[in-house]
Design a protein around this ligand. Structure first.
Ligand code: GRG
Length: 300
């Protein structure tokens, strides 16, 4: 696990560099100017902090097919832009209304609400600019595939849709199927997307792509269950964000439905399923199996 953690920090540093480059002062061709305050808010939201798990999964899934991280890091950074935007918007007063994220004041606290909304918008659109760029892959049809994958994961039937179901769930008692659907969209969609994007960039065979998607599906679910458990068992200092939020707002979680122990067991079952899906890749998938274990048994 210690070599996994050092690889995680190594990839995180590479991704951070790519994000910093994408958020440089110099405007790109086709842009007019990059307003300084907006850029500052985007950098505040996207740089310095975060485990960078989705980029890690993307880089490692692509790595199964011999793709070097130097080739996949741009797609990984683009996906992280979507994740960072979602955190900025999720923290807004109209949504989760949080003051703390990654151990720092949330973007709307450090700037203001309008700037946080706009920084989120600009991170989302920057992601698509990055993913459409030729640096991602020489084959235009691969880039088009990725654009569609990211859009589906982020949007109506993915993360945004899941967030809407989540808002609608407040104060209601959802059954297990409804909770699972909501979480598979809100949190799972980007995690599946990371794994499938790695498969696309690696030109995976159809069965390999299916296996990575199934891996992403199971690990996305388990990751959210771990988050729900940590919301109850951890604290703001360790998590870098407020805890004990879910119960307080009547959020539908499996922890509320079945308790911490049963949820822990379910997360372990899902971890087993996730790792089982990697069997087609043999020993080459050891790092991904370690990543899955880390995502479920993490402490923050
Ligand atoms: C606002 C469109 C929109 C969507 C919000 C991602 C999300 C949907 C909400 C975040 C709320 C939340 C706490 C979800 C639980 C799982 C999750 C996404 C945790 C944060 O991800 P980590 O642990 O965060 O990977 P870091 O900071 O490490 O990047």
């Amino acid at each position: 696990m210690s070599s996994f953690k050092s690889l995680l920090s190594q990839h995180a540093a590479t991704v951070e560099k790519a994000l910093a480059a994408a958020l440089a002062n110099d405007r790109l061709e086709g842009e007019n100017t990059r307003p300084a305050r907006l850029l500052e808010a985007m950098r505040y939201s996207a740089l310095a902090g975060g485990k960078r798990l989705r980029p890690f999964l993307l880089i490692e899934c692509a790595g199964l097919f011999g793709v070097k991280s130097a080739q996949s890091v741009q797609a990984a950074a683009a996906l992280e832009c979507i994740h960072c935007y979602s955190l900025v918007h999720d923290d807004l007063p109209a949504m989760d209304d949080d003051d703390l994220r990654r151990g720092k004041p949330t973007t709307h606290r450090a700037f203001d609400e309008a700037m946080a909304i706009l920084a989120g918008d600009a991170l989302l659109t920057l992601s698509f600019d990055m993913i459409a760029s030729e640096a991602i892959h020489p084959d235009g049809s691969v880039r088009a595939d990725l654009v569609q994958l990211y859009a589906k994961a982020a949007g109506l039937g993915g993360m945004v849709g899941g967030q809407v179901l989540d808002l609608a769930a407040e104060g209601k008692s959802l059954d297990e199927a409804a909770i699972t659907t909501l979480q598979a969209m809100k949190t799972g969609a980007l995690i599946r997307c990371a794994c499938e994007a790695g498969a696309i960039i690696g030109n995976a065979k159809p069965d390999e792509r299916v296996a990575l998607r199934a891996f992403g599906f199971a690990i996305g679910q388990a990751f959210q269950l771990a988050d729900d458990i940590l919301d109850i068992t951890s604290n703001a200092e360790t998590m870098g964000k407020q805890t004990a939020k879910d119960g307080g707002r009547g959020k539908g979680t499996l922890v509320e439905l079945h308790g911490v122990e049963a949820t822990r067991q379910r997360a372990q079952e899902l971890l087993g399923q996730a790792v089982g899906n990697l069997s087609v890749f043999g020993d080459r998938a050891e790092t991904l199996a370690n990543a899955a274990e880390f995502m479920v048994n993490r402490d923050h």
